[in-house]
Design a protein around this ligand. Structure first.
Ligand code: GDP
Ligand code: IMO
Ligand code: MG
Length: 422
């Protein structure tokens, strides 16, 4: 019986998960997405073309690999179909796509609600959501009024839309927001269900059957540990569980089924959206990192806030997720700086600590303690660890020492091939 390996984000997202998934997917029989929705943007540069996947599992680019969207994902069918059409036009087969009948559907009123609630938040309290309807869709899931894929393709759709629209319009009315039209939504969404219905199935049993048949399986994490609804910097988080537990609840696989857990990070850090960020460099250094690393959102095109790598936060991600191997991207980018830093501890009102906390007061008051490293190295074209310059090795060895976790993947450029595998 095989196990499912997992790739997940260790910071605030955009660590380069897509690239690592793309590499591992070529060796996997099955890839699965388990949480989040099209708030994710996973960039892959393959066969000379750049893709930014929001919903389609990145494994869809690997011929013969089953690409599964698990029950924990929230799906905007318009976005998914748009992605599938691009893939079809580029000659990729989408026949290996499977969508959970229990995945929740993002409806137009979720998107409106997302925009409305964000507009209503006072300055300083805004979350900076992607405005894709993610939070309101998960709210309906837990409130038990969600429309699932099985509804979208079945005969319960119309009635559920009418009930939900009537309820949502009361809320929109109270906020002075434009109401939505049930007839229009039904007319637009029915054909989307028709398009997707052949791909919808019971993915829970399908995934268990795959494990029982010794198929190699990979889970494509979206978002990241510090955006987790429980373990992130609440309320500046997303509305799902991008940490390891979300793999079980978002696929129906059990804790016993988990194999390797790969934590992805960048050689520096970034955050898009609001919220605390201890190692942020809101200055010329951050601007330089943004330009060198092309740090602009794959989903919303927003400039990403940039800063130094935070080993304290990284160790928190290691603990929370049980990370067994690290994948570090943008080592090429950090090498372009003359010097760079890693935060190794915090000074919290005179007390030195290496324990991360998402407590708001802690986040506001603690000061990062840095170690400095020598940069100015060029690692483009390197294919093995041994080929790397000494300065890059010193830095990577220190990360392993600080975390006690082996580095399994080293990103030396954005393309599929620019990856050292150890
Ligand atoms: P994800 O959401 O975690 O999949 O990451 P994104 O795709 O949103 O952002 C990562 C960005 O870094 C993308 O533009 C990638 O093409 C790029 N990238 C990934 N790994 C590397 C690397 O090792 N070096 C460089 N220069 N770029 C990389
Ligand atoms: P990937 O998978 C970076 C952030 C948003 C916002 C907060 C809440 O590409 O790493 P939401 O729309 O989810 O309610 O927004 O979460 N966010 C991400 N930031 N990468 C992501 O995904 C993100 N998904 C959500 O910017 O701060
Ligand atoms: Mg991204």
């Amino acid at each position: 019986m095989s196990k499912i390996d997992i790739v997940l984000g260790t910071f605030f997202g955009d660590e380069g998960k897509g690239k690592i998934i793309d590499y591992l997917a070529t060796k996997s029989d099955v890839t699965v997405r388990c949480s989040g929705g099209n708030n994710a943007g996973h960039t892959i540069k393959a066969n000379g073309k750049k893709y930014a996947f929001h919903l389609a599992p990145s494994g869809i680019l690997s011929e013969g690999t089953l690409a599964v969207i698990g029950n924990g994902v929230v799906i905007d069918p318009r976005v998914l179909i748009e992605e599938l059409e691009v893939l079809k036009n580029d000659g990729y087969s989408i026949e290996n796509l499977k969508i959970s009948d229990k995945a929740n559907v993002i409806m137009p009123y979720h998107i409106e609600m997302d925009k409305m609630l964000e507009a209503a938040r006072e300055p300083g309290k805004k979350i900076g959501t992607t405005a894709r309807g993610i939070g309101p869709c998960y709210c309906d899931k837990y409130e038990r009024s969600a429309i699932r894929m099985e509804d979208l393709i079945g005969d319960t759709f119309e009635e559920k839309v009418r009930t939900n629209v009537a309820n949502k319009n009361k809320i929109f009315g109270a906020y002075g927001w434009q109401p939505v039209d049930a007839d229009k939504i039904i007319a637009e969404y029915k054909p989307l269900g028709e398009y997707l219905k052949d791909y919808v199935c019971d993915t829970i049993n399908l995934l268990h059957d795959c494990l029982a048949n010794d198929k190699s399986m990979l889970c494509e994490g979206a978002q990241a540990t510090l955006l987790d609804i429980d373990f992130g910097s609440y309320p500046f988080v997303t509305s799902s569980s991008p940490t390891v537990g979300g793999v079980c609840t978002g696929t129906g696989l059990s804790a016993h089924d988990i194999g390797e857990v790969y934590g992805v990070l960048k050689a520096y850090s970034s955050r898009v959206g609001e919220g605390p960020y201890i190692t942020e460099q809101d200055n010329e250094i951050g601007d330089t990192i943004r330009e060198l690393g092309h740090e602009y959102g794959a989903t919303t095109k927003r400039p990403r806030r940039c800063g130094w790598l935070d080993a304290v936060a990284l160790n928190y991600a290691v603990k929370v997720n049980g990370i067994t191997g690290l994948a570090i991207n943008h080592v090429d980018t950090i090498g372009k700086l003359p010097k760079f830093k890693i935060c190794v501890a915090y000074d919290y009102n005179g007390e030195i600590t290496t324990n991360y906390s998402t407590n708001a007061k802690f986040q506001e008051q603690c000061k990062p303690i840095y170690e400095e490293f020598e940069g100015d190295f060029d690692i483009s074209g390197a294919t093995t660890f041994d080929e790397l310059p000494e300065k890059a090795k010193v830095y990577l060895n220190r990360i392993e020492e600080l975390t006690g976790v082996p580095i399994k993947f080293i990103g030396v450029g954005a393309s599929r091939e620019e990856l050292i595998v150890r």
